[in-house]
Design a protein around this ligand. Sequence first.
Ligand code: N01
Length: 561
Amino acid sequence: MTDTYADERPAASTDFDAIVVGAGFAGLYALHKLRDQMGLRVRVFEAGDGIGGTWYWNRYPGARCDIESLHYSYSYSFSPELQQDWEWSEKYASQPEILAYLSHVADRFHLREDIAFGTRVTSAVWDEEHAHWQVGTQHGASVTARYLISAAGNLSVPKTPEFDGIDSFAGEVYLTGTWPHEGVDFTGKKVAIIGTGSSGVQAITEIAKHASHLTVFQRTPNYATPLQNEPSDPNRVAAIKANYPSVREASRNTRVGIPYDKVLPSALAVTPEERRRVFDECWDEGGFRFFLGSFEDILVDKAANDTIAEYVRERIRQRVSDPAIAEKLTPTDYPYGTKRPPYETNYYETFNCNNVTLVDVSGAPITTITETGVRTTDAEYDDVDVVVLATGFDAMTGPLLEMGIVGRGGRTLADKWADGPHTFLGLSVHGFPNLFLVTGPQSPSVLYNMPLAIEDHVDFLSDAIEHLQRNGLDTIEPTSQAENGWVAQTNEIAQHTLLPETDSWWMGANIPGKPRVCMVYLGGAAVYRGICADVVANNYEGFTLAAEGSAARERASAHIS
Ligand code: N01
């Protein structure tokens, strides 16, 4: 595939005003906002052959969102007409339905024409002299733009498998994060799946319905709780559509972008009966309500956490017939919610089926994918037709470090982030002017309803660009002082929670050798939005705004002559 934009280059000091990397939720909105509302010249580079980002790649069986599509609104809010027109068929949308929604958005706003598909960005170098980014792609093209916007997602680089021998396996191997578009027929096949995170839990339940045998390799049991999916209720749909602006406003003023209105202060301040009533209610409502809708202190007080953890354990034991299997499926050695909890539909019941075997590899790690199956340090599991890797992602920093970003003085982002991410507000980096990270590390991102988090960041960066243009400025860059303060604040907030205790991708601890540091700002979306608003109100406090590069020189020479 070749890039198609070479002959479109306008006669300007840069090829484009902005380059956006990625055409998922973030890239599509960034393109619409910058191009259609601000009149900028924008090019989107997308590695995939279609729009959708995470919903383009993750097509594994059972893939589905676990934030409610309508009520808590896993969708864009920027267009009231779009909100009214689109109909979600289920409480929690499936991957095909979300992809259809994004496809509708791309068509409705004529976005595809400015997206170069099948084009991965391989380098992005800040040109100090001209104050612009020089962006290279896998096809050898190189273009310039004043602004570089990463909309590359938080979970878009699959983790490199830690096992030897994958290439020698005689059967089929699939990664949940790069699933074949034509689908996979598991009928009558003997399947091995590795990983029991959100992807694994969803895939296991579906694959077990078709495979002749499914062997599940579990290293850490998860606290999976019911999704409670159901068809959309027309009365509820009508009520929300009649009140969309206030629903959105309420979402944005919460911790995670989901307006749970019944959260009580402490699990320890109520009677055991009341606590159980609350947990039962959250369980029955399902999804994130169980994780974040019960008591405020679940993620900060170990004793409070023990109460919900024990509740889930009890539920698991009730649902799994064989007590020995139930024991293996029950997490005991880390607090509830310190790994991102999966949501499920009949996951635990799947292990009551005769065609499903659970292998606990916590004490005997997988070493090799052999020609015929999976080898651990103490056993061999042969006669496998298909291996499915649901082993997760190099989250948050992975997609940014893959892009070959080089800032002022030739310093690479990889070098700057050698001990973990350093950002201001999770959307900008000192030494990397005019670079914006949509839902970057150290923003609320993955713990804030993503479409809303994305819209907030795109609105912030487009306002900043508008501010620069209005004031005849070329660059925006956080000061090192502001950045250091933000990193310290993010880490300090994390230390007040239970999250750092557990190995999770939130902590970078799922990748051997990756710096262990909290990747998410845990102060909550509402607080974070207030901080961003103050930064803007105080004339971009924490940022240096400057006139530099060719635009400044052109203005200066025009002035002299
Ligand atoms: O990845 P994960 P995921 N040997 O990292 C195991 C979002 N998401 O793709 O816990 C054996 O959670 C690993 O074991 P352990 C959501 O934010 C959302 O499932 O490291 N096992 C773990 O069990 C989610 O959190 C949705 O001990 C190995 C699993 O692989 C995020 O994406 C759906 C191993 C990886 O779990 C990532 O989820 C899907 C090894 N060497 C995903 N290496 C919804 O919206 C790894 N594992 C519903």
